[in-house]
Design a protein around this ligand. Sequence first.
Ligand SMILES: C[S@@+](CC[C@H](N)C(=O)[O-])C[C@H]1O[C@@H](n2cnc3c(N)ncnc32)[C@H](O)[C@@H]1O
Length: 218
Amino acid sequence: MNNNLPDYYHQRAQEYERIYYKPERQTDLEHLKQSLPNHLSGLNVLEIGCGTGFWTQFLAEQTQSILATDINHSVMEIAQSKFQSPSNVSFIKSDMYELTEVNDVFEGVFAGFVWSHIPVEKLTGFLQHIHRFVAPGGKIVFTDNQYAEGSSTPIFITDEQGNTYQKRFLEDGSTHMVLKNFPEDKFLKNVLSGLGEDIQIERLTYFWTLSYRVVGVK
Ligand SMILES: C[S@@+](CC[C@H](N)C(=O)[O-])C[C@H]1O[C@@H](n2cnc3c(N)ncnc32)[C@H](O)[C@@H]1O
């Protein structure tokens, strides 16, 4: 069984967007298509783990510009096909834990369905790292899945740090053990202690959204 997250999303590239066709999630998804761009309206945004650009396409309608990044070329090819040149979206392949290819400072960051894949013990370091790419007061927005019985893949195991894992299957017959965490509000606020202010958390039936502003160095 494979437990390499980038490999899993590379192999899943062509079937990825089927997750957005689940009928029971449509009302929530329509809400997110409005609310996520509203959070970042008019800003120059860095997107982390853009995948096939499903959210990039809605964000691009309201943001000033987006630099969309992902570790996988395969998903970014699909994302790029959604935009015609010239556009306010550009793409760079970059590992979100490094971001060595990213040289600018942004007014906002968006990461969709990325938080859940970060081990809990790495979250603080990850946030401190991405904050280096944002001016103080910059807006950070994460959205991710709420665990929903009957709709979510069941949790298979939990490790000593409290990370939860799902067993997932792809069309090519491969099986993957995928880290997928479902944080509660208290946990999100704890992680942001000293790092974020103006914290807003919205819980829908199938999704949650966290937005906050980066605390400047005092
Ligand atoms: C759940 S998908 C989300 C895709 C997209 N944001 C969306 O909401 O549809 C997670 C994405 O993170 C990317 N990813 C995984 N590990 C990464 C890493 N270390 N650095 C950058 N991207 C990574 C995967 O390639 C995948 O496209």
